[in-house]
Design a protein around this ligand. Structure first.
Ligand code: BGC
Length: 447
């Protein structure tokens, strides 16, 4: 069978500033919440810190050359807020602007379409000290940051993303294992509410500029949970909790339907977790978008009889990846249920998808990543089917171009098409790099 994708399908790769740039004290950059968090002993597996990461601050041309080799049509990267405005709300850093100008020009020279995220988790530490997203002033600070980005790069970026995976802000404030490392559910929910208002303000600002070539959207990851036995009340409740109360529903509902779901509203009331909501907030949050980015990694089947009342694998949300089971074949169902439930009538992108490998000391093993090829195929097949059944998915971005700083998993999880040697900073192609290049060249694959 041949899986051919629509003409002009956007094949891409994705990264994020904090995970690849390094140079955290160079070029006038301020510190981020993750710089500080990663330096707290015990927070990151293997003790990884982001001071150098993949050194893309210096090696961006090399990275663009790798993309060119792969033949990607688009690159999804993120701006580092503390590189643009070191303390988050004060002076703009011209060296930060210059860095992204060079990166964008380099992409354009190579015919690669920029897809840029304003916020992929690296908050200026100076704003974290002021309470981070829990501080309502954040809406003004973020709006100004968005304004600086749009003033400088507005028309140069074809796809703007306001936020990547807002759930990370929940995890960092409620569960403690992401920056800033707090464990306060009520505060976390206030942070997420304020973040959504920030999103809405940024989209309004974007619209006021009437850019000719630029579009704007948001990225919300969907780790959908299904009950193993739809007749089992515990399974159903567990899956619902993960989807609506601590998952994608927290964001997709207000973004596309204009308020929190009844389930979430009730839960927050009963548990004294309801955030302060100002009049007009939901109107601000629910802006018409040009596309929706879905990050998709897996689907979870909650079998509470097996797990003793917990969800699929007993983990707590966020970007945990050590899945005992893969259910990627359910992607088409997830896509169709998501667009239907949230009445999403705009194009969709799979804005991230990928597979981690353990940091095996035997490099050859890591380079021979047939498992990644098999996994990506297991995602592209249902994606192809979803598109042929009329779901308007315009692109697929593989996470990630190269191994990089994997948040609380540090450098122990390797997601790259290219292997990063953290000693020499060399990027070495894995087997999947050649395979992905052929998928792009053929606009699909045959099996
Ligand atoms: C995030 C990335 C992360 C990836 C793999 C997503 O949750 O957006 O930053 O590296 O998944 O865990």
């Amino acid at each position: 069978m041949k899986y051919t994708f629509p003409e002009n399908f956007i094949w891409g790769v994705a990264t994020a500033a904090q995970q690849i740039e390094g140079g955290i004290t160079e070029g006038g950059r301020g510190l981020s919440n993750w710089d500080v968090f990663s330096h707290i002993p015990g927070k990151i597996e293997g003790g990884g810190v982001t001071d150098v990461a993949c050194d893309s601050y210096h090696r961006y041309e090399e990275d663009v050359a790798l993309m060119k080799k792969l033949g990607v049509k688009s690159y999804r990267f993120s701006f580092s807020w503390p590189r643009i405005i070191p303390d988050g709300c004060g002076e703009v850093n011209p060296e930060g602007i210059a860095y992204y100008r060079k990166l964008i020009d380099c992409l354009k020279k190579n015919g690669i379409v920029p897809n840029a995220t304003m916020f992929h988790w690296d908050l200026p530490y100076a704003l974290q000290v002021k309470g981070g997203f829990g501080n309502r002033n954040m809406t003004g600070w973020f709006k100004r940051y968005a304004e600086v980005l749009l003033d400088n790069f507005g028309n140069d970026i074809e796809y703007w993303v306001t936020f990547n995976e807002p759930i990370a802000t929940y995890v960092g404030n409620a569960k403690g294992f992401f920056a800033p490392g707090l464990s306060d559910d009520a505060y976390a929910r206030q942070c997420c509410h304020n973040l959504l208002v920030c999103h809405g303000e940024a989209v309004k600002l974007f619209r006021s500029r009437n850019f000719k070539n630029a579009k704007i959207g948001i990225v919300v990851d969907v780790w959908k949970h299904y009950p193993a036995d739809p007749e089992n009340a515990e399974d159903v409740k567990t899956a619902e909790f993960s989807n609506e109360i601590e998952g994608y529903g927290m964001f997709l509902n207000p973004l596309f339907l204009g308020g929190y779901s009844d389930i979430l509203t009730r839960y927050m009331e009963e548990n004294r977790l309801t955030p302060e909501i100002q009049p007009g907030d939901f109107d601000t949050i629910r802006q018409k978008l040009d596309f929706y980015g879905m990050n998709f990694y897996n689907v979870l089947i909650d079998d509470t009889r097996k797990t003793g009342g917990k969800n699929a694998d007993g983990s707590e949300g966020g970007n945990f990846q050590n899945r005992p089971e893969s259910h990627t074949e359910l992607l088409e169902r997830v896509l169709s249920e998501t667009v239907e439930k949230y009445k999403i009538d705009i194009p969709v992108m799979i804005s991230e998808n990928g597979l981690p490998q353990h940091n095996d000391p035997d490099r050859e093993k890591v380079l021979d990543d047939q498992e990644r090829i098999d996994y990506v195929k297991s995602v592209l097949k249902p994606l192809h089917s979803a598109i042929s059944h009329g779901i308007d998915v315009r692109g697929y971005y593989l996470w990630s171009l190269m191994d990089n700083f994997e948040w609380s998993a540090g450098f122990e999880a390797r997601f790259g098409l290219y292997y990063t040697d953290y000693e020499t900073l060399e990027r070495i192609p894995k087997k999947s790099a050649g395979w992905y290049a052929s998928v792009i060249a053929d606009n699909g694959f045959e099996e």
